[in-house]
Design a protein around this ligand. Structure first.
Ligand code: FMN
Length: 183
């Protein structure tokens, strides 16, 4: 099973989430090959080759960062050809999240879902029974708040990385179950 984790990160928090998701997936399914790539370096061919695709982004002004949106828009060519249909997807995000509404992180995760579902992919959420959910979980996917109450960056917490690892393991396990017969 080939898993591609494509992300954008300016300051490293989303990248740390991507690495933790990768570690969780590899630990969960020993026969899977995980590739972690920046969105800007991800080609349509990379997406085509993957059985499982995870997209991750920081929240920028209430939605995904533009390098991730650029990749999302480029997938329209694959939409024309139904190339991603039946693949398994997962999503993650980090955000400063000043205020109780989360600064747009939920909307960001849902908009990534929309793109995957538009392609006919199967999207895996984040069940609340999994380790880390209380700290960095939303049912849409794994997410981390990276600022303190003054809105200043404080980096990613160990608890968020636990959640990312458990989400990676969960997506890989679900994908093995869903795609098992076809691999
Ligand atoms: C241009 C810009 C806009 C941002 N807008 C938001 C926002 O609307 N909501 C939010 O929660 N965080 C916002 N943030 C904070 C980032 O989402 C947060 O610091 C994130 O964890 C950075 O991820 P990175 O370290 O992977 O780059 C913004 C940051 C930047 C640089």
């Amino acid at each position: 099973m080939r898993i591609l984790i494509a992300y954008h990160s300016d300051y490293g928090s989303t990248e740390k989430m991507a690495q933790a998701i990768s570690a969780g997936a590899s630990a969960s399914q020993t026969d899977c090959k995980v590739t972690v790539k920046q969105a800007a370096d991800t080609s349509l061919n990379d997406l085509e080759k993957a059985d499982v695709i995870l997209f991750g982004t920081p929240v920028h002004m209430g939605s995904m960062a533009w390098p991730m949106k650029k990749l999302v828009d480029e997938t329209s060519k694959l939409w024309m050809e139904n190339t991603l249909e039946g693949k398994v997807g997962g999503v993650f995000a980090t955000g400063g999240g000043l205020g109780s509404a989360g600064g747009g992180i939920e909307q960001t995760l849902i908009s990534l879902h929309s793109n995957f579902l538009e392609h006919g992919m199967v999207v895996i959420g984040f069940p609340k029974s999994l380790p880390g959910y209380a700290d960095a979980g939303l049912h849409w996917g794994v997410c981390a708040r990276t600022s303190n109450h003054e809105g200043m960056p404080q980096g990613i917490s160990d608890a968020a990385l636990v959640a990312a690892r458990s989400y990676g393991a969960h997506v890989a396990a679900m994908a093995a179950h869903i795609l098992g017969a076809d691999l």
